[in-house]
Design a protein around this ligand. Structure first.
Ligand code: TRP
Length: 412
C-alpha cells in the first residue's frame, strides 16, 4: 500500500456558508441536480464566456471548423484567448500545456475530454504540446506511494497517446522523473515559490497549518510548465506564449500562475476551460476514477458499460410511462443524454434525440440504450489503439528532446 498520510484539517477553500457550489482542484459538489451553476462560477472566478464572436475568430485564424465540444459550450470559458489570437495574427507561435493527475491505473471516459480538445487545438494551430503528469500531486494528496503514482503516470500516458498525438510535436513528462533531470524546471519552480506566500496559497487553495508542506509548495510545480523556459530543449531562449486547456477546477492554479507571470517576465498564460463531466449518479458531482460505479472506464468491456449505464446513469425520465409521455423527460439532469453531448458529434442526431426525449416520445430506457451504443465502440476502439502504444513509443514521448518546431528562428 501507499505511504501513510498525516491527518489534515478539512479543506476550506470554499465557504459553505454561502450557497455556492464547491469547486476546487479536489472537490466538485453542486447544489443542483443539473450540476454546477457556471454563470455564477464564471463571475466568482472572473473569467469570460466563449461567445460566438470568439468561436468565429478561432475558425477564421485556424482555418478549421470549430470542435463540437467548443461549439456545444462544453469548453465554455476562457482567459485572454483574444490576446493570444492577436499574437497569432501577428505571426507568433504559441504552445499548448495540459496535464493529468494519475490516481488510478485506468482513466475514465471523462478524462479524455480535455485531451480531445487539446489535440484539436494542436492540429488546428500546428503548435507544440507539453503534457504534465502530476504523479507528485497524487502521492501528496492520496494514499499512494511515489512508486505507485509513477507507474500510474506511465499507464495514463499510454491512454493519452492512444488518442493519436504526434510524437514529433508532443512532450509528456512525469514530475517525479523530469524534475530530477531538468535543472530549468526546478529553477522555475523556485522562482515561482519565491513569488507566492503561504497566506496567498491559503487564500487560493484553502491549505491549512496541518497540511503537509508538499501540498503547500505543489502549486508552483503545476505553474512552471506555463513558462516556456521550463523546456529549454524545445524553446531555446525564446519566450513563447502558452494556451492551457483544462477543466475549470484547475483554474486556481493558473490564477496564481497569471499573478506571478509579469514579475518573472513572462506573458500571462491564456486558458480555455471545460465544464465537468457528470458522474453516472448525476451532475451534482463529477465522474471520479476513485469511485468505480461513478464512471465508465477506458478498460470496461461492452457488457460492463451496458450494466453500469443501465444500473447507475441518473435518469431524467418521469416515474410512470403515462407521465413521461405526457410531460416528457428532463434532459438537463439525464446523465445518458449528457454523455451524448460529450461523445455524439452528429448535431442533427443529437438534436432529434433531445427533442424526442423532451416531448416524451423517447423513453428513459431508450435513451440509455443510445448512450450505451455510442460509448461501446468509442471505448473498444480506444482499447485497440492503446494496445499499439508500446513502452518504446511511450519512452519516445517522455524523452526530453527538440520537437518539430524551430523556435530560435521565430521573431518576437
Ligand atoms: N492537476 C491536474 C489533475 O489533477 C493535472 C494537471 C497538471 C493539469 N497540469 C495541468 C491539468 C494543466 C490541466 C492543465 O488532473
Amino acid at each position: 500500500m501507499g505511504d501513510k498520510l498525516p491527518v489534515t484539517d478539512k479543506q476550506i477553500s470554499n465557504s459553505p456558508e454561502d450557497d455556492n457550489d464547491i469547486v476546487d482542484p479536489w472537490t466538485v459538489i453542486s447544489k443542483s441536480d443539473a450540476g454546477v451553476d457556471y454563470d455564477k462560477l464564471i463571475k466568482r472566478f472572473g473569467c469570460t464566456y466563449i461567445d460566438s464572436e470568439l468561436i468565429e475568430r478561432i475558425e477564421r485564424i485556424s482555418k478549421t471548423p470549430i470542435h463540437p465540444l467548443i461549439k456545444r459550450g462544453i469548453f465554455f470559458s476562457h482567459r485572454d484567448l483574444h490576446a493570444l489570437l492577436n499574437m497569432v495574427e501577428a505571426g507568433k507561435k504559441f504552445y499548448l500545456y495540459t496535464g493529468r493527475g494519475p490516481s488510478s491505473d485506468s482513466m475514465h471516459v471523462g478524462h479524455l475530454i480535455p485531451f480531445i480538445v487539446t489535440k484539436w487545438l494542436q492540429e488546428a494551430f500546428d503548435v507544440p504540446l507539453v503534457i504534465q503528469m502530476t504523479d507528485d500531486e497524487k502521492t501528496l494528496w492520496k494514499n499512494l506511494s511515489v512508486e505507485e503514482t509513477m507507474k500510474m503516470a506511465r499507464e495514463n500516458a499510454k491512454d493519452i497517446i492512444a488518442l493519436g498525438f504526434d510524437v514529433n510535436k508532443t512532450f509528456i513528462f512525469s514530475n517525479l522523473d523530469y524534475m530530477g533531470r531538468c535543472a530549468a524546471f526546478y529553477q522555475n519552480v523556485i522562482r515561482i515559490q519565491k513569488c507566492v506566500t503561504f497566506n496567498q496559497v491559503k487564500g487560493i487553495f484553502g491549505f491549512c497549518d496541518s497540511d503537509v508542506i508538499g501540498k503547500i509548495s505543489f502549486p508552483a510545480i503545476q505553474a512552471a510548465p506555463a513558462f516556456s523556459s521550463t523546456f529549454p530543449f524545445i524553446f531555446g531562449a525564446d519566450k513563447v506564449p502558452v494556451l492551457i486547456p483544462c477543466a475549470i477546477d484547475q483554474d486556481p492554479y493558473f490564477r496564481m500562475t497569471r499573478d506571478v507571470s509579469p514579475r518573472l517576465g513572462f506573458i500571462k498564460p491564456a486558458l480555455i476551460h471545460s465544464c465537468f463531466f457528470p458522474a453516472l449518479q448525476g451532475a451534482k458531482t463529477k465522474m471520479s476514477a476513485s469511485d468505480v460505479n461513478s464512471a465508465v472506464f477506458l478498460t470496461d468491456t461492452p457488457k460492463q458499460i451496458k450494466t453500469k449505464i443501465n444500473k447507475y446513469a441518473f435518469s431524467g425520465g418521469r416515474s410512470t410511462l403515462e407521465e413521461h409521455r405526457k410531460y416528457g423527460g428532463n434532459i438537463d439532469v439525464d446523465v445518458s443524454y449528457q454523455l451524448l453531448r460529450f461523445f455524439l458529434y452528429d448535431d442533427e442526431k443529437l438534436e432529434s434525440i433531445k427533442t424526442a426525449y423532451a416531448n416524451g416520445e423517447l423513453l428513459s430506457g431508450e435513451m440509455k440504450k443510445i448512450a450505451v451504443e455510442t460509448l461501446q465502440p468509442i471505448v473498444a476502439d480506444h482499447q485497440t489503439k492503446r494496445k499499439e502504444v508500446t513502452d518504446e513509443i511511450l519512452n519516445q514521448f517522455m524523452t526530453p528532446r527538440k520537437l518539430n518546431y524551430d523556435f530560435q528562428t521565430v521573431i518576437y
